[in-house]
Design a protein around this ligand. Structure first.
Ligand SMILES: [Zn+2]
Length: 390
């Protein structure tokens, strides 16, 4: 059983220890190093492990993973050590401290969710980029905002956070949250006034050290709610990136950031108006093309501008069908990528024309006898040639 130095000394950054064993790890080129004692917190309870180094004299190995099995902590290191060697270890305290902030923030959040709504925290994940908690019931946006505010107030109150191992009798009487059925010595972490929870991880000493807690997102998850949060500098970095994005957008739109929604709405309206004006004009252009076709010609085909709205094309095909007795076809596209089409006929079957086209070209699409639509893989010249024979 490895002595867990982080249990009592969450703020220590370096330690000395003796190598109990060092074996080639089963996977990869790493060595599985077991020490008599360690500051490295292993991957446990949804939290990713500490990072850092273990060294012996000038030999410095990077600790790339830390796992716990039956109370023995395994350090996965990129160099090997002799059994019995005296080594020193250093943890990446920036990484560790951030995890302590996120984790303590999670305790307060879960404690408040539990006291306000009675929900359990049924899942927890703390990686370098994300902190998620799963709760056993629904939380509305208003409830999440309120809980976020209460957590931040608990942070300003700078409450004490303690960890201890109560004896069996006391544990039986103690109401505490727990993510799973625990065995062995149970470590109880208390955030004064907010939460009592069984937990093995390092936490900050006072809630003020969390700095800030921000809810990033929430979604329905397995009948409950999955909430993502960030604390401390991670929250600050996130808010800064959002703020930079907002300011950059405001600059692009030549407005102030609080006016961005209004400017976007105005632009969307303008685009919608332009689109409908464009549709009107392109419809008129097609109708002029239609007028140019000699009265006695019954099969007509027109090439429209590449980006013409298909609704406009359908309307003009219907206008043509009302006037002519043959196939009325409109194509739009280009020689490189092929052409789209809508073809209509008053009496007859457009699929017959498609069958003819298929003898020469690759054609996709179809439809009812009176109107078909699709695409054809050929050039405008080839289509013109085909139509001369229709
Ligand atoms: Zn904890």
């Amino acid at each position: 059983m490895t002595i867990k130095l982080y249990d009592e000394n969450a703020y220590d950054t370096s330690f000395s220890a003796k190598v109990i064993s060092c074996k080639k790890a089963e996977k990869g080129d790493l060595f599985d190093v077991i020490l008599d004692r360690t500051l490295f917190f292993p991957e446990e309870g949804g939290q990713t492990p500490d990072k850092g180094t273990i060294s012996e004299g000038d030999m410095v190995g990077s600790v790339l993973d830390v796992q716990i099995k039956e109370d023995v902590i395994h350090h996965f290191v990129d160099i090997s050590f002799q059994e019995g060697a005296k080594v020193s270890g250093t943890i990446d305290f920036g990484h560790r401290y951030s995890n302590m902030q996120q984790h303590t923030g999670e305790h307060i959040f879960s404690g408040i969710v539990n006291s306000k709504k009675g929900y359990d925290n049924v899942g927890f994940h703390l990686s370098d980029s994300v902190v998620t908690m799963d709760y056993s019931g629904p939380l509305s946006d208003d409830e999440l905002s309120e809980i976020e505010l209460l957590v931040n107030r608990a942070i300003y109150e700078n409450r004490e956070v303690t960890a201890r191992y109560p004896d069996k009798d006391e544990l039986e009487k103690l109401p505490y949250r727990s993510k799973k059925e625990l065995t062995g010595a149970i470590r109880i972490v208390t955030v004064e006034g907010y939460d009592v929870c069984a937990c093995c991880a390092p936490h900050v000493k006072r809630t003020g050290e969390i700095g800030i807690l921000k809810v990033i997102s929430a979604q329905n998850y397995k009948g409950g709610t999955r909430v993502s949060i960030l604390c401390g500098e991670r929250a600050l970095k996130f808010l800064k990136s959002e703020h930079d994005l907002l300011n950059g957008t405001a600059l692009k739109l030549s407005t102030s950031w609080d006016n961005i929604p209004a400017v976007i709405k105005k632009q969307q309206d303008e685009i919608a108006n332009l689109k409908s004006a464009l549709a009107e004009s392109s419809g008129k252009l097609l109708e002029i093309e239609l007028e140019k076709i000699p009265e006695d010609k019954q099969n007509v085909h027109i090439f429209a501008e590449e980006n013409t709205d298909p609704n406009v094309i359908r309307r003009v095909v219907n206008t043509a069908v009302a006037k002519k007795n043959g196939y009325c076809s409109i194509f739009w596209g280009n020689d490189a990528e092929g052409y789209k089409f809508i073809i209509g006929i008053k009496e007859g079957n457009c699929n017959d024309l498609l069958a003819g086209m298929r003898e020469h070209f690759e054609v996709r699409g179809g439809g009812k006898p009176q109107m078909v639509q699709g695409s054809v893989n050929c050039t405008r010249g080839e289509l013109e040639e085909f139509y001369e024979r229709v």
